[in-house]
Write a protein that binds this ligand. Structure first.
Ligand SMILES: [Cu+2]
Length: 151
């Protein structure tokens, strides 16, 4: 009787482990459409050309919001772009840094206030120093509707 209970418990624990592992990679948010893939380099070279259009970008995650996983930073190895998620509708795992990612969404250039920029830096878990931010910051940001984190 006791052994059965332990077996059942082990099965539950194993299933939980699988569920946790699966959450680290996988799809978050809306399913991808057939939006065309553009390199981060091309996007950053001419944001205006792509703004308002839904595009896909591939890269590696360098930072994730350490509060809730409500934003990330993606890089192609040279340049970076901030990504937030549409309507705050989903979150990504806070430990997703270093993983390959495909993002689909809309890119825009915008100016954020010093306070907002400092708040983002505070959420970076020490990767950015809020004290170094002075004045409004111009950023390029994607609002992603769907995110696929690869293994
Ligand atoms: Cu956050």
């Amino acid at each position: 009787m006791m052994i059965r209970k332990i077996q059942a418990l082990l099965t539950v624990m194993a299933l939980c482990a699988i569920a946790t592992a699966a959450q680290k990679s996988g799809h978050f948010g809306a399913a991808f459409t057939d939006a065309k893939a553009v390199s981060l380099k091309d996007v950053l070279a001419d944001v205006g050309k792509f703004s308002g259009k839904t595009i896909k970008i591939e890269g590696e995650i360098t930072e994730v919001c350490q509060e809730k996983g409500c934003w990330l930073v993606v890089t192609d190895g040279k340049q970076e772009m901030r990504v937030k998620f549409k309507d705050y509708g989903f979150f990504v795992p806070k430990d997703a840094s270093g993983r390959k990612v495909i993002l689909e969404g809309i890119v825009e250039k915008k100016t954020i206030s010093e306070d907002h920029a400092k708040h983002i830096a505070q959420e970076s878990g020490g990767k950015q120093d809020p004290e170094k931010i002075k004045g409004p910051q111009e950023i390029v940001q994607m609002t992603a509707a769907g995110v696929e984190i690869l293994n």
